[in-house]
Design a binder for this molecule. Sequence first.
Ligand code: T6T
Length: 325
Amino acid sequence: MNKVLTAGTLAAAAVLLAACGSGQVGGSGGDSVQNNKSLVLIPGQQAEPFYISMQCGAEAEAKKLGYTLTTSAPQKFDAALQTEKVNALGSNPPGALLIAPTDDTAMLAPIQQVANRGTKIVQVDTALKDSSVAVSSISSNNTEGGQLAAKTLADLVGGKSGSVLVLDTIAGTSTTEARAKGFTDELAKYPNLKSIGVQFTQNEPEQAAAKVTAALASTPDLIGIFATNLNTGEGAATGLRNAGKVGQVNLIGFDASPSEVDGLRKGEYQALIAQDPAMIGRQGVDQAAAALENKPVTKTMSAPLHSITKANMDANSQYFYKQSC
Ligand code: T6T
């Protein structure tokens, strides 16, 4: 009896596996993992120095560990475009997917579908609100980054009073939201500095420039701007340049793109909070490999941040982001 039951159970399992392989189980719409040595990186956006630097770190680590890593980047930081990239993995899901979700809620369903087919998920940089689908999540401590930006601004202005604008990207972006909150909470500790609120720019430099132009017109005592990522920073610098206000309004940027670093040298930015995207990519590959090799995996990891000013920039050039590997 036992033998019959065992054989029956095995037969059922075989049918289930075959169905799974042809994409018929769980409505996942794709095949199951065939190659455990393949990794895919889906960053937030193509041709952008933060993600290029992350890709460089990930590629070097994958090579070292004997994995292949391919990158498939959406043209813009946009959940619909990123979903297309995730869905395209359907016929050939990788052993692990390293992904920077562009929306903390909308990206859950497509990522879950890939996970259902056996792919290990590692979040790099941004994260979903419900991160349980990921075996590991690696990011800068963005709340602390925002706090560091506020402290840096307070130090720069000394006791002077004035208003401060925060430029965020797109609602639902976990990283920039945490930076804006960390900044706003910390700024509240300085009675001489008053926040005039957080404005969204859709991650478009042109929109950031326009918000700065409007804030300069409506708020004559504007003393500082916190730009929560490189696109908002580059746009804010353009806004200040157009209005002839460079150096009069303190601009604290996040990230260290070639254009931001150049702007710091020219005095357009007073400080940059640089991340270490190459380390995030490297650690992402390490965690993916550990998961695939059944070794211990760390659920959440934090990468360091660096406050860079004109005075210390030459000693910190290792944190400048790359345009190519
Ligand atoms: O600041 C980075 C990244 O950390 C953020 O999640 C989105 O924007 C950047 O890629 C810079 O553009």
